[in-house]
Write a protein that binds this ligand. Structure first.
Ligand SMILES: [Zn+2]
Length: 452
């Protein structure tokens, strides 16, 4: 018999799940990780069929009462294990490479080997943005599945950003005499969140390679791999765009420190200027790695003034945020939005430039649960383009915020995270669950339950 075209029949079954199964409730746990993200979504199909999706697990700052990541992250990991019980994890999602989203997946001492606990839960799927595909060519515009042959080097740029961040953090850890302690603190914080987290990255790769597991690197409009694991749930990948879809995530709309922009861009950065990337080109066009922490590079960085260093490290931070996965889970008519730390450039592809932008705008207008982007930073919740479009503000909208004040930005420049004006609107116009209200050491998470 000839294969039937995939028609209406399929989409009907996709809606309900091939088995006709659908969840009767969803539990969302917002874990206390200080400055970082860690969300566990549990889709309940029955008393003995609970499917758990972990979205991010990292921290770059903990309230003092919680001690250090070395002791706190294993507590969180073991609580996740307890919730998952014998079911294990259905999927792990790492929205982007920043430490405050992934260092909990590390298997080394710094986070008390919390990643080992997560790996023992044997996730069936590891979902990451396309930029994390370990097989992506360094000149990739997309993940390997449909790689192109551009010479521009976005993925290599991200790796180079880790090197630059590491250099800046090392300067801040041993600051020159002129550097104020507040500047050193800001540089250290941003630099350290951008450092490559090898142990976490390797664990994510290993979990995705386990027998019976799948790794997916997604971009706007691509499949997440979650649909088959969560019957009756529709998952939309809204971001990040790959570079064939948008060049915008390579560029920031505002505050382009253009003399440093070539840190990240392809050609200029790759012309053997050690300041740019820590890479150099040989004459045959093959790239040779030079030691990223070379003296020359560090010396040059030290000659820059504090503001210039901050500009660099902020730009790197924003660029990485814009590689965030943006996911919408559609379940029993409710829409749950998890955008990682995506900023305006990532968003704007989804709701302005993409061919399906109108559909995305309609989807977003109808959101019931919003994981507040980037720990409450204003640039991740564009006011007009996103926040004011949520129709359910004041009508049942639920918001989830994982943050810690005093770590990022400053109120003087109105860049403090969480931003006061946004926080006020979240409190006034939605039911907000924020990790800052988890005051006791034993309060490990907020629970939000949605019923069909
Ligand atoms: Zn973050």
């Amino acid at each position: 018999m000839a294969k039937r075209p995939k028609s209406a029949k399929r989409s009907k079954s996709a809606k309900r799940g091939a088995s006709g199964k659908k969840p009767t409730s969803v539990e969302i746990r917002t874990f206390q990780v200080g400055f970082g993200d860690c969300f566990l979504l549990t889709f309940v199909y029955g008393a003995s069929d609970r499917r758990h999706i972990l979205i991010d697990f990292g921290t770059t700052g903990l309230p003092k009462r919680l001690g250090t990541p070395k002791t706190h992250m294993p507590l969180v990991a073991n609580e996740i294990k307890k919730v998952c019980d014998t079911a294990g994890l259905t999927a792990v999602v790492a929205t982007h490479r920043h430490a405050d989203h992934i260092n909990g997946f590390g298997t080394e001492g710094k986070t008390g080997k919390s990643g080992t606990v997560i790996a023992s839960l044997k996730p069936k799927l590891v979902l990451q943005p396309w930029t994390e595909d370990p097989k992506a060519r360094t000149d990739a515009k997309k993940a390997t599945v449909d790689s192109s042959r551009s010479r521009k080097s976005f993925v290599a740029g991200l790796a180079a950003m880790n090197d630059v961040a590491a250099n800046i953090a090392s300067i801040a850890n041993n600051p020159p005499a002129w550097m104020s302690s507040s500047l050193a603190g800001q540089l250290r914080f941003l630099g350290e969140s951008g450092i490559a987290n090898k142990s976490a990255v390797n664990n994510l790769i290993a979990m995705g390679k386990r027998k019976g597991a799948t790794a997916v690197w997604a971009h706007h409009g691509s499949k997440s791999g979650l649909d088959t694991l969560l019957p009756g749930v529709k998952i939309h990948v809204l971001g990040p765009p790959d570079l064939t879809q948008s060049e915008k995530i390579r560029k920031q709309r505002s505050r382009d420190p253009d003399q440093f922009w070539h840190l990240l861009s392809g050609t200029a950065a790759m012309n053997g200027n050690p300041l740019s990337t820590g890479f150099a080109w040989a004459s045959n066009g093959k790239k040779n790695r030079v030691p990223p922490a070379g003296r020359w590079f560090r010396d040059r960085l030290e000659q820059l003034n504090g503001q210039q260093l901050l500009e660099i490290v902020r730009t790197l931070d924003q660029q990485m945020n814009n590689t965030s996965l943006i996911l919408v889970f559609e379940v029993f008519g409710k829409k749950l939005l998890f955008p990682g730390d995506a900023q305006i450039e990532n968003w704007s592809y989804a709701f302005e430039d993409a061919p399906d932008a109108a559909r995305t705008r309609a989807l977003l207008a109808d959101v019931d649960v919003y994981k507040v982007g980037h720990h409450g930073s204003l640039n991740a919740t564009p006011k007009k383009a996103l926040w004011e479009r949520f129709r359910k503000r004041n009508k049942g909208l639920k918001t989830l915020l994982s943050t810690m004040p005093g770590k990022h930005g400053s109120s003087r420049s109105r860049t403090e995270v969480p931003r006061k004006t946004l926080l006020t609107e979240l409190e006034n116009d939605s039911t907000l669950q924020t990790t800052t209200s988890l005051k006791k050491k034993t309060d490990l998470f907020h629970l939000l339950t949605l019923k069909a």
